[in-house]
Design a protein around this ligand. Structure first.
Ligand SMILES: Nc1nc2c(ncn2[C@@H]2O[C@H](COP(=O)(O)OP(=O)(O)OP(=O)(O)O)[C@@H](O)[C@H]2O)c(=O)[nH]1
Ligand SMILES: [Mg+2]
Ligand SMILES: [Zn+2]
Length: 304
């Protein structure tokens, strides 16, 4: 029997849809694979490359899953020691925020930056609703992250402003849009590809009933090449795969200063002779980033 290679674009429990050279195929997992289910809630994630055998009725069976090149994960709901891969093999994490309603939250951006780095995705920050940035705070935030050599897009999705750059960033990549509810993720996608919009809304409606218990994503093909996945707004992103000791390593601008800490095990929070705290005092590390770091560190210390 012929085997086909394809990408999982929808995953709901045991049922998946796989995009193959012969079109989209409804699939289930081969029983033997399910036994391998150990450390992750779902064995197969959206974005996975899989091998499929076709049955006579046109449905498929997933025989094997290829190793992942990247992952965007979080701790499974109610099971903090189990990984939930939200999307596999994506190349970009588009961290969406809005200038107002809701306001930009640096800590939220910083949490996603940590997850992008851990998972091996290129982060891009997108601040939407620039029409509402009357005090220029969103512009300040944009400058802060551009100073860290990150790409920051500024958009007003309701007027389709800044959307050309957004389209270019997505072209040919596998991107996943994340960020709080209401910042305009779905509106942005509707702007760049109106045909996509209806389906995006349809999916969001389905999710909104589930109180965010389902965090799976559907990937949509882009006219310019590549794929994009919209996600429902997560209230707060739980961090997966990072501990207190290595958090500072994901705040790249801390690195040179951390070398000057008195203690090798310094967490840069309360220790004397801390090079990072000194750099914050001297204005060489931005206070907003340091505050974020301390908050995230605190959240890692709290019991789940
Ligand atoms: N003023 C303004 N409003 C916008 C803009 N973009 C989107 N909105 C509005 O913001 C609201 C939320 O937009 P959505 O696209 O549903 O937000 P979302 O991020 O997809 O939200 P979830 O699906 O809940 O995660 C809608 O009422 C949009 O019309 C913008 O550029 N400016
Ligand atoms: Mg949405
Ligand atoms: Zn220190």
């Amino acid at each position: 029997m012929g085997r086909l290679r394809g990408r999982v674009v929808v995953a709901r429990g045991k049922h998946c849809q796989v995009e193959t050279p012969q079109g989209r195929i409804d699939c289930v997992l081969r029983g033997i694979l399910k036994k391998e289910k150990l450390a992750s809630v779902d064995l197969v994630a959206v974005g996975d490359w899989v091998e499929v055998t076709l049955g006579l009725d046109g449905s498929g069976v997933i025989e094997s899953i290829e190793p992942r090149t990247s992952r965007f994960s979080r701790p499974a709901a109610g099971r903090p020691n189990i990984e939930q891969v939200i999307v596999a093999n994506a190349t970009q994490l588009i961290i969406c925020q809005s200038a107002r309603d809701p306001r930009v939250k640096n800590t939220s951006i910083d949490r996603y930056l940590v997850m992008a780095e851990i998972g091996g995705l290129r982060p891009v920050i997108c601040i939407n609703k620039m029409d509402l940035d009357r005090g220029g705070e969103a512009l300040e935030t944009a400058a802060l992250y551009r100073d860290l050599d990150l790409e920051v897009l500024l958009t007003t999705a309701i007027r389709c402003e800044g959307v050309e750059e957004f389209r270019k960033v997505l072209a040919g990549e596998i991107s996943i849009l994340v960020g709080p509810s209401g910042v305009g993720k779905s509106t942005l996608l509707n702007c760049i590809q109106p045909g996509l919009g209806l389906r995006v809304q349809e999916v969001s409606r389905k999710w909104s009933r589930g109180k965010h218990t389902t965090s799976s994503v559907e990937l949509f093909p882009l006219d310019d090449g590549g794929w994009v996945g919209d996600t429902p707004g997560l209230r707060e992103l739980g961090l997966w795969g990072v501990g207190e000791a290595d958090l500072a390593g994901y705040f790249r601008e801390f690195e040179t200063f951390a070398a000057g800490c008195r203690f090798a095990t310094c967490t840069h929070s309360h220790e004397p002779g801390c090079g990072v705290a000194a750099a914050v005092e001297e204005g060489r590390i931005r206070g907003a980033r340091y505050d974020s770091y301390l908050r995230i560190l605190q959240s890692l210390r709290e019991p789940h």
